[in-house]
Design a protein around this ligand. Structure first.
Ligand SMILES: [Zn+2]
Length: 103
């Protein structure tokens, strides 16, 4: 486990998990757009990244990855997918939700 993974697992308290689940697709799009400019896909160089809602339609889509050798520990990620080629990038749900709810 790297230091970053360790910080990630410790950072995801029950409160942060709840906040990560409350982030809507619109919140995530606004977060991505807060970096300004026209950000294009890093693979095809032409497409815009799109964000999908979760299957229940309440929050933004999220995936979780297990951390090898640590049962019950994982990293939650928000995906953004290129609308031209399908290349998908991931953002840390704990980091992004902390930025969105920091006020
Ligand atoms: Zn692309």
């Amino acid at each position: 486990m790297s230091e970053q993974d360790d910080r990630e697992s410790k950072a995801m308290t029950e409160d942060m998990k709840e906040k990560a689940l409350q982030v809507t697709a619109e919140d995530f799009v606004n977060y991505l757009n807060s970096f300004g400019g026209e950000i294009r896909c890093s693979y095809c160089g032409t497409g815009d990244y799109g964000v999908a809602p979760d299957p229940a339609g309440k929050g933004t889509a999220m995936v979780a990855t297990p951390v090898p050798n640590f049962k019950g520990v994982g990293i939650w990620l928000y995906p953004a997918t290129c609308q031209s080629c399908g290349h998908t990038i991931f953002f840390s749900a704990s980091f992004v939700s902390r930025q969105i709810f920091k006020d």
